[in-house]
Ligand binder design. Structure first.
Ligand code: IPE
Ligand code: IPE
Ligand code: MG
Length: 238
């Protein structure tokens, strides 16, 4: 059980390895995605129990549109089923649901369910669950720049705070801990602006096998690190 005093305020996860999990078992990739949603449910519940304020799950990147059409369709159908089934639990646990990414480009049925779940949980206060969906970190920064330009903000008034306020994560703390499962060690465009001082964990576990115990272990490891934010060790301990 991680120490409750120094919990990360925001945990962001790249849920990777569903396809490999399925292939290793001689199953279609879709079965990996299905099993992956079960893992996601367990991690949401665990974060809520621990009292983590913000959890972000990388669910679909802009680059994922390049995958076979039937896999994409399966993923969005699965998402609709998952959210429909989980809505009551989200409300009961007071979990606010948000989407990071371009929602307009998603299939209509998906958009409808997302909008419904966002509205129904908008007053929940215990935790924020963000799904990064149709998300790209570079695109997010470009959109923020365009928005500032459209507002006629003068170049000297473009500050980190103002740009942050235009990102999908506006108002939320930057992720303290970013976990990528499956042994891959890259960001794949995830939270590029927000990850400036994040700590990273790259467990080898494939996402469908990632349990609350694995999460606890990653958080405990995070709690033993010294974050320096550019300062010296002496300044940090002073
Ligand atoms: C992550 O698992 C889920 C999505 C990207 C939607 P993958 O589908 O990338 O699984 P691998 O990397 O092929 O094993
Ligand atoms: C990143 O995983 C996106 C999600 C987990 C949704 P990918 O499997 O798409 O990333 P790459 O292609 O291996 O970098
Ligand atoms: Mg992958």
């Amino acid at each position: 059980m991680p120490d409750s005093m120094s919990l990360p305020r925001h945990v962001a996860i790249i849920m990777d390895g569903n396809g490999r999990w399925a292939t290793m078992r001689g199953l279609p990739r879709s079965e990996g995605h299905r099993a992956g949603t079960e893992a996601a449910r367990g991690i949401v519940t665990r974060c809520r129990e621990l009292g983590i304020g913000h959890l972000t799950l990388y669910t679909f990147s802009k680059e994922n549109w390049g995958r076979p059409a039937d896999e994409i369709k399966f993923l969005f159908d699965l998402l609709v089923r998952f959210l429909t089934r989980e809505l009551d639990t989200l409300v009961k646990q007071s979990i606010r649901f948000k989407v990071l990414g371009e929602m307009d480009a998603l299939p209509l049925a998906t958009r409808k369910v997302l909008g419904h779940v966002i509205a129904k949980t908008s007053r929940c206060t215990e935790m924020t669950l963000n799904l990064a969906l149709n998300y790209s970190g570079r695109d997010e920064i470009l959109r923020a720049c365009r928005s500032l330009m459209r507002q006629g903000v003068a170049p000297e008034d473009v500050t980190e705070e103002r740009l942050s306020a235009e990102l999908y994560t506006a108002g939320q703390p930057d992720p303290d801990l970013i976990i990528r499962t499956s042994g891959e060690k890259r960001l794949s465009g995830y939270l590029l602006w927000q990850s400036t001082y994040s700590e990273f964990a790259f467990p080898d576990t494939l996402w469908p096998d990632f349990t609350p115990d694995h999460l606890d272990a990653a958080i405990s490891d995070y709690q033993h690190r010294t974050r320096r934010f550019g300062l010296t060790s002496d300044q940090i301990t002073a």
